[in-house]
Write a protein that binds this ligand. Structure first.
Ligand SMILES: Nc1nc2c(ncn2[C@@H]2O[C@H](COP(=O)(O)OP(=O)(O)OP(=O)(O)O)[C@@H](O)[C@H]2O)c(=O)[nH]1
Ligand SMILES: [Mg+2]
Length: 405
């Protein structure tokens, strides 16, 4: 490893490899601008001085060690922290090869190639000012998660944590002269938000299970608005489980449509049902679909360890009755649905969100959304228990860590 790589300069693609107008590569670390100086030339082949005012735009060419031009680029240097860390955004031509080649040249110059989410600040240096000049800890986590966000709600909630939300609440707790007693309630409140905040950054899996032909695949297709699962009138249609990446009222989720339960007719179906049970055991939540026109003959095994929501399906058909729900299932929330007409979709979405503890997600406000933040707050809570008179130093340190890392 070169001296520069050991100094911790990292480079990552901020845009995916593929046909595109432009690609953005970011180089982050102390001396990032100096590293660029070795591989950047102006139109006359002369080095370009990137020192000076942060935010200035430069035009030039990335070159290989022998001076061969790799691509024409526009770049901008931002200062990330007071400790002299810099981020250089390099905008090059879009597509696969120019970006790969630039990454190779940067690696040869001493930068360590990393994934975008592993970059401190994950490429959105313009937010650093909002986050109080620091791009560590909480701010870096917001920016890292933004790269992975799939829904408007996730983006809105994450940005709120940066400009207000969790950042503002931590600053308030740190700046107000609160006693340990006064601190406990807000810290417990923050810790409670982990129940739904964690779902924001780790989409929960929902296994769709139940008797054969109950309408599991039809409901999966309805909830994901995509006919990814095959639907036929024949029981035993779904064999391999089918994944639907979708969102429920703005929360990213992974629905897993599985093979239906019945007396298996052959070895293939035995294996399909075994795999369905495996998915059911691994899921964060189970959606058990039963046919409301005929009480189920065979039900999957359901432990209480994982929450279950029951969909009593085919509500559009004559002969549909709430009595089709077997006594052993009445302990779970139950929603009447029709995968054919869409009836009950809204209610089912609400029941699933509630079972995932996510019904408060749209309320806004501060929330914990990474394991690291939760650990910091737990540390603060433990420290407060040990000191019930004044705001203890360790609690304060843990809150500061949550903000700054
Ligand atoms: N009328 C009506 N028909 C439905 C409804 N849901 C599903 N069906 C029909 O029921 C049949 C079975 O639907 P699927 O979605 O394949 O059922 P499944 O539970 O996935 O079946 P397996 O994969 O075999 O376990 C199909 O003919 C669907 O069109 C519904 O709400 N109303
Ligand atoms: Mg199916």
């Amino acid at each position: 490893m070169s001296a520069l790589a050991s100094a911790g300069i990292q480079a990552a693609l901020l845009t995916p490899l593929g046909p595109a107008g432009i690609t953005v590569v970011q180089v982050v670390g102390r001396g990032a601008a100096d590293l660029l100086r070795a591989v950047l030339r102006d139109g006359k082949g002369q080095p370009i001085n990137l020192r000076g005012k942060a935010g200035k735009i430069h035009h030039g060419y990335i070159v290989e060690a022998d001076g061969q031009r790799v691509d024409e680029v526009v770049l901008c240097v931002s200062r990330l922290t007071q400790q002299g860390r810099q981020a250089v955004d390099i905008c090059c031509h879009g597509g696969v090869r120019p970006a790969q080649k630039i990454m190779e040249v940067l690696a040869a110059a001493g930068a360590s190639p990393v994934q975008a989410q592993d970059l401190p600040g994950a490429g959105l240096a313009q937010f650093v000012d909002i986050a109080g000049g620091s791009c560590q800890g909480l701010a870096a986590e917001v920016l890292g998660e933004l790269c992975r966000a799939h829904t408007d709600l996730t983006v809105r909630i994450l940005l709120e944590q940066l400009t207000g939300g969790l950042t503002a609440e931590l600053l308030r707790l740190l700046n107000e002269e609160l006693s340990a007693k006064q601190m406990r309630q807000p810290i417990d409140r923050l810790l409670a938000t982990w129940n739904w905040g964690r779902r924001l950054t780790t989409p929960p899996t929902v296994a769709i299970i139940g008797p054969a032909n109950a309408g599991k695949s039809s409901l999966a297709n309805l909830l994901s608005s995509r006919p990814a699962s095959i639907v036929t009138p024949h029981p035993g249609t779904t064999r391999d489980w089918v994944t639907h990446q979708t969102s429920l009222d703005g929360l990213s989720v992974v629905l897993i449509d599985t093979a239906g339960h019945r007396d298996p007719v052959d070895a293939l179906e035995i294996e399909a049902i075994r795999r369905a049970d495996q998915q059911s055991r691994r899921a964060d939540l189970r959606l058990l679909v039963i046919d409301g026109t005929s009480p189920p003959q065979t039900l999957p095994q359901l432990s209480d360890r994982i929450q279950t929501v029951v969909a009593l399906n085919k509500a559009d058909l004559k002969g549909f009755s709430a009595k089709a729900v077997p006594a052993e299932l009445v302990r779970w929330p139950c929603v009447k649905t029709s995968a054919l007409t869409g009836q009950g979709r809204k209610e089912l979405t609400a029941a699933l969100l509630k079972a995932l503890n996510c019904e408060k997600l749209r309320d806004g406000g501060p929330l914990l959304f990474t394991e690291r933040q939760k650990k910091c707050l737990e540390k603060a809570a433990r420290a407060l228990k040990e000191d019930d008179q004044t705001l203890s130093g360790p609690a304060r340190t843990a809150l500061r860590e949550c903000l700054d890392d």
